[in-house]
Design a protein around this ligand. Structure first.
Ligand code: ZN
Length: 263
């Protein structure tokens, strides 16, 4: 694997234990790179923390890139660069503290949202949720965020998500808009998050999951990660996203004791 990286670089990373393969109980294999120290700012407290950043990708996807890269080796490097940047869904694990030796670890499994997480859009509450998750995890001795890279627009990608925003502005809700494009209302799969968490946690250790979404609990438990508690995370609610949140509620999301404001 990783033959597209210089062989000497690969050996160096292997020697340092920075690249390895992790296998899930259903035979899924992930390639994991890291940890890479990542300083982040807890915006709520103003404190800096150093997270351990791990990148992980399905071995099957990597092997396909590897195969194509061998065929392309005689071709133009631009072709390979295109593949590396577009083909693989590279997910991330961000670890605070030491996960080993603990149970009931506080975890957020977060679906990537460029508009909310990066642009600061208030059409959804993803950005404030991620910041709130960091803040709560930093109150603990250890915790983790799993960031799922291929989940934009609940799995339909950024381009289609843009189209669904236009459809929502014409009156459809966030799920109807996906379906109008002939795409699933929600095609996200959190099973790789289960594989990576099961690897980093002690055998049998449970997590407390920061989430409003029961589907995430199902996927983690199916993958062998016990969820001792689901903790609703309500943050960034405003008039720009209240209709969106009511649509989520109608599809099974729960927001704890706090009632959502009326649409
Ligand atoms: Zn979002």
């Amino acid at each position: 694997m990783f033959s597209y990286i210089d062989g000497n670089v690969r050996r160096l990373l292997e020697e340092k234990g920075k690249i390895r393969t992790v296998e899930g109980r259903d035979g899924v294999r992930l390639s994991v790179l890291g940890p890479i120290p990542m300083p982040v700012l807890d915006k709520q407290s103003g404190q800096e923390r150093i997270l351990g950043w791990y990148l992980f990708v399905r071995r099957t996807e990597l092997e396909e890139v590897d195969r194509i890269s061998r065929e392309l080796r005689v071709g133009r490097p631009d072709d390979l660069l295109h593949l590396l940047t577009s083909y693989m869904a590279v997910n991330s694990l961000l670890v605070h503290g030491q996960l080993q030796g603990r149970s009931d670890v506080l975890v957020r499994v977060h679906s990537c949202c460029m508009t909310g997480d990066v642009f600061g859009s208030m059409r959804c509450e993803c950005g404030p949720q991620l910041q709130e998750a960091y803040h709560r995890i930093f109150q603990e001795e250890a915790g983790a965020v799993v960031y799922m890279a291929s989940h934009e627009g609940r799995g339909i990608g950024l381009w289609a998500k843009g189209v669904t925003y236009l459809l929502q502005d014409m009156g459809q809700d966030t799920y109807q808009a996906n379906e109008s494009l002939g795409l699933p209302a929600d095609s996200r799969d959190f099973s790789d998050a289960a594989v990576i968490l099961a690897h980093f946690l002690d055998e049998g250790a449970s997590v407390r999951l920061l989430s409003n979404n029961p589907m995430k609990v199902e996927h983690l438990e199916r993958g062998g990660v016990k969820v001792s508690e689901r903790i609703p995370i309500v943050s960034g609610v405003c008039h720009h996203n209240i209709r969106y949140l009511h649509a989520k509620q109608s599809r099974g999301h729960t927001f704890g004791d706090d009632e959502l404001p009326e649409d």
